[in-house]
Design a protein around this ligand. Structure first.
Ligand code: URA
Length: 290
């Protein structure tokens, strides 16, 4: 829809330049013409190439050009609020009114084909666990095993994740909901591309909006960057409590990193203990058998 203020400002500039409007249709121009006798209707043509203001060569207009500002600057701009998320996003309000499990089921059945990974995946790996859980655990993307089964963290890294959660008293079936930034496997387990992350984030952010976790555990760099909107290294992001839209969130090394290199085990264990302390401070207690 045409922004009336923007349109008026545009016409004001055109008048200062003694330029007719070449962009908008004659019908729209007629509305404005009542106020502006200077616009000559006979030269108004629909949708022709717009002369750029800086290149305009109306007679006698050169001296005025310097004082002109781009049209968008004539409209008072709202102050921009900096929100620390990777993607600006509003969830579908209808989903937020449904029981959590039903809302997640609806999303799962809807599926997704917003990026090219839907052409190479075997299964859409939406997430698993308890829709009513107080904790969300977010990884990077499904691997081969997850792609086969349609469930997150069921391969080797999944077995490591189960141990990590158990170590701090959490049972992956009841105490958490597990999801990934990408819901489809990138071929050859390559790193997710930015375009894939951007296409997929609304699904993850909707999941968070539905589940409303009291705490989030982010596994590895990709999840930390995508959710926190940060580009800092894991070394910098770990061991602190971050805020995702009011939800305390912590970053730990990805379970696959622990499988690749034992050097990550000690810092990961320290971070998991900090996460457990955070949970206790929030009154959240896991149900894993000791
Ligand atoms: N790695 C991830 O980040 N997610 C999975 O689901 C499996 C492995």
């Amino acid at each position: 829809m045409l922004d009336k203020k923007l349109f008026s400002a545009y016409l004001r500039q055109q008048r200062q330049l003694a330029m007719p409007d070449f962009v908008l249709s004659e019908k729209i121009i007629t509305l404005e013409q009542n106020k502006s006798a200077k616009i000559n209707r006979s030269v108004v043509k629909p949708a022709e190439k717009a002369p750029s203001v800086t290149n305009a060569k109306a007679p006698g207009s050169a001296s005025r050009l310097k004082s002109l500002r781009p049209v968008a600057q004539l409209i008072p701009q709202k102050p921009t609020t900096s929100k620390k998320t990777a993607v600006a996003f509003e969830p579908d309000p209808a989903l937020l009114l449904m029981p959590k499990r039903e809302a997640l089921k609806e999303m799962l059945f809807k599926g997704c084909n917003k990026c090219h990974l839907c052409g190479t995946r075997k299964k859409y790996v939406f997430g698993s666990g308890n829709a009513e859980a107080s904790i969300m655990v977010i990884g990077e993307a499904p691997g081969a095993e997850e792609d086969e089964q349609g469930l997150p963290f069921v391969g080797e890294a999944g077995a490591m994740l189960t141990k990590m959660l158990n170590a701090i008293g959490l049972n992956r079936k009841d105490d958490v909901f597990i999801s990934n930034v990408l819901k489809c496997r990138p071929p050859e387990n390559r790193n997710p591309e930015t375009s894939e992350i951007l296409a997929c984030m609304p699904v993850l952010l909707t999941q968070i909006s539905i589940i409303k976790p009291k705490a989030i555990l982010l596994l590895g760099r990709i999840a930390a960057h995508a959710v926190l909107g940060s580009a800092d290294s894991i070394a910098k992001l770990r061991s602190k409590v971050h805020d995702y839209n009011g939800i305390p969130s912590m970053v730990v090394y990805h379970p696959a990193a622990l499988l690749r290199s034992a050097e990550y085990k000690k810092p990961a264990w320290e971070d998991l203990q900090k996460f457990q302390a955070l949970l206790e401070s929030l009154g959240i207690h896991g149900t894993a058998e000791k």
